[in-house]
Design a protein around this ligand. Structure first.
Ligand SMILES: [Zn+2]
Length: 139
């Protein structure tokens, strides 16, 4: 499915929805867009596994900004992955562990001091290729 809005516009909306701009918010937006792309349709519902601590928690609202509030369920986990469904199709996507580790530690260093300091890291997530961020899982 292709969207009429640019990634920048979608990220702006996601930032309003979430309250601030950061790497895991961008990761959530990218994850949901990659799921749409993989299925070729709009996502109707999604189940996320995500460490429910700052900053990885922000992933949930990034996905929500694309899929729609009320369509995203989640549970606490050690790693980040999502199961996305639409029109009877399903795709399971895993966020690469090294990506999660990398941005968790980049945020840990800066998060409490200045939210502005994580903006460059959010931009890094924005420009990475889907292949560098995600793995498709069949299940
Ligand atoms: Zn956040």
């Amino acid at each position: 499915m292709s969207r009429s809005k640019s990634l920048d516009q979608l990220l702006e909306e996601a930032t309003k929805h979430h309250g601030h701009f950061g790497p895991f918010l961008v990761l959530g937006v990218r994850l949901a867009l990659f799921a749409e792309e993989s299925l070729g349709i709009k996502i109707e519902e999604c189940f996320l596994e995500v460490p429910k601590t700052i900053p990885t928690l922000c992933t949930i609202e990034g996905v929500e900004a694309i899929v729609g509030p009320g369509r995203v369920k989640s549970r606490d986990a050690k790693k980040i992955s999502g199961t996305f469904r639409g029109r009877g199709k399903v795709v399971r996507i895993h966020v690469r562990d090294d990506v999660v580790d990398e941005f968790q530690s980049k945020c840990r260093r800066h998060y409490e001091e200045y939210l502005e300091s994580i903006v460059p890291h959010a931009r890094e997530v924005e420009v990475r290729s889907s292949g560098e961020l995600f793995e498709l899982r069949n299940r």
